[in-house]
Each structure stands twice: as structure tokens, then as C-alpha cells.
Ligand binder design. Structure first.
Ligand SMILES: Cc1cc2nc3c(=O)[nH]c(=O)nc-3n(C[C@H](O)[C@H](O)[C@H](O)COP(=O)(O)O)c2cc1C
Length: 170
């Protein structure tokens, strides 16, 4: 049995983003003008399994913020290591400054249930409708009801269970 007598020394550390590891997802969205955008998001998580819901935290200054606000939907795309360069670019460039999707040759497909694009090069795409949002501070947390989940055929079984161990997450 482990002994509790060996005490690790502790000291106070920074509070900001102290919950780690953080997911690294790409959130895709579409404005009412039909223009698409994608940004990198680390403030993201499951927040209900019945009904299935996920949340994403978006800083209001992001170009994508207005698109999600006005459309009421978004897609969470899980990212494989092979997509790292694209993830990094989309997370460090704003659509405000140019067409970053064209620059990185990002493939898009229409969602099945929501009016936002999915990224077919990502292994899992989670289509969501915004049912609520909470301004927590720096971020507005958008609560998304999961409307449809796409998974690469090779990683999902006949019942739709995803084998997440086959994804090399960033
Ligand atoms: C690893 C990583 C995590 C990020 N997490 C978030 C996040 O949770 N929320 C957010 O609003 N921006 C986040 N960003 C920053 C946006 O992706 C970045 O500002 C992007 O350029 C915004 O694009 P847009 O202005 O076209 O919407 C993150 C960036 C990186 C690299």
C-alpha cells in the first residue's frame, strides 16, 4: 500500500487555465451572410450526457463569436496530429485579416442538421445547436445540444461507438 507519509512539497501556482490537459478542437461556424469560419478552441468540454451537450468558450473579440451568436449553431471538430499545422494557423490568424481557410486549403462540407460546415479532414465532427450561453469572464460559454455526430467509418463500430484510441490527438 502507498504510504501517505511521503509528502510532496507544494507551492502556490498561477490560476489562469490551470485545468490541464485542455482539449484542442477546431470550431467551425457560418454567419448569416453564408461565410464560413474556423477557430482553435481549448475551452471546451462535455457538459451533459442526457441530453448530450458540449460547451465551447469563445472570446467576444473573435471574428467567429458574432457568427455563432447570430446563427445559433457551431460544429466541434476533433483534431488529429496530422492536422497540426492547420490547427496552429487557424488558432493564430483571424478571418478579419484575410481568408485563412483558403490559405490553408481547409476542406468544408455542409452539416447535416445545422447551418455550419464540418471539417471532413477531422475524424469526428459534432454538430450543435446553441441552447444557452453564459458569460463567465473572458469567455462566453456556448452550450450546444449535440444534434449529429459524424465519425470516420474506420473508427466507429456498427452501433456508432467511436474508438477514440485510434485518434492521435494533438
Ligand atoms: C491552443 C489554442 C487554444 C485556443 N483556445 C481558444 C478558446 O478556447 N477560445 C477562443 O475564443 N479562442 C481560442 N484560441 C484563439 C483563437 O483560435 C484565435 O484567436 C483565432 O485566430 C480566432 O479566429 P477568428 O478571429 O477568425 O474567429 C485558441 C488558440 C490556440 C492556438
Amino acid at each position: 500500500m502507498d504510504t501517505l507519509n511521503e509528502v510532496t512539497e507544494k507551492k502556490e501556482a498561477k490560476k489562469k487555465s490551470c485545468l490541464q490537459p485542455a482539449p484542442k478542437v477546431l470550431v467551425s461556424c457560418r454567419g448569416l451572410d453564408g461565410k464560413n469560419n474556423v477557430l482553435a478552441v481549448g475551452y471546451c468540454g462535455n457538459c451533459s450526457y442526457d441530453p448530450p451537450m458540449v460547451m465551447v468558450g469563445i472570446v467576444p473579440s473573435r471574428y467567429s463569436y458574432k457568427l455563432i451568436k447570430e446563427s445559433g449553431c457551431f460544429v466541434v471538430n476533433l483534431v488529429d496530429r496530422r492536422y497540426k499545422d492547420t490547427f496552429d494557423y487557424l488558432g493564430s490568424h483571424s478571418k478579419r485579416d484575410g481568408d485563412k481557410l483558403a490559405k490553408m486549403n481547409v476542406k468544408l462540407q455542409d452539416g447535416k442538421k445545422v447551418n455550419a460546415p464540418i471539417l471532413p479532414d477531422c475524424p469526428v465532427n459534432i454538430e450543435c445547436t446553441v441552447v444557452d450561453s453564459i458569460v463567465t469572464g473572458s469567455h462566453e460559454m456556448f452550450i450546444g445540444k449535440v444534434e449529429y455526430v459524424h465519425a470516420d467509418a474506420g473508427i466507429a463500430d456498427a452501433d456508432g461507438n467511436i474508438d477514440f484510441s485510434q485518434i492521435n490527438f494533438l
